[in-house]
Design a protein. Structure first.
Length: 137
């Protein structure tokens, strides 16, 4: 199960880097709008990867549950995962913006919402990955 978890993380990372590359091109004005099918595909693939990580993570968690439930690092990791799940819904509702409008046409509030969502996503993916290395130390 460990290797399926790792493969799911690598898969998710590749999808996210590809999606963020498109988002960066949009943000810099290199793309007027983003391809709706591509945005939807990245969103679905990210959900598949995150779901696979949660399911395989549960199977890794269960045998060590008595230890992990008391571990502050594990709890921090779960907070990052919870943020990723919640932010996944937020990204889904915000993604229509990049499919229909240029970044330069956005109001300040729309830009702030996108930046906060992107920052939460980045910090949480990196945080969940890094904390995993310290859970059993």
């Amino acid at each position: 199960m460990f290797w399926v978890h790792i493969i799911s993380l690598i898969f998710s990372g590749c999808v996210i880097v590809s999606a963020d590359h498109d988002a960066l091109l949009w943000l810099r004005g290199k793309k007027e709008t983003l391809n709706p099918s591509r945005v939807e595909l990245f969103h679905i693939l990210t959900w598949i990867g995150l779901t696979a990580l949660i399911i395989t993570g549960f199977f890794l968690f269960y045998p060590a549950r008595n230890f992990l439930i008391k571990s502050p690092i594990f709890i921090l990791k779960m907070i990052f995962v919870a943020i990723l799940v919640g932010n996944g819904f937020v990204i889904g509702s915000l993604s229509h913006i990049a499919k229909t409008r240029s970044f330069s046409s956005l109001q300040k509030g729309e830009r702030v919402a996108l930046f906060i969502s992107g920052a939460l996503s980045t910090v949480s993916w990196i945080g969940a990955t890094i904390t995993a290395f310290f859970i059993f130390d």
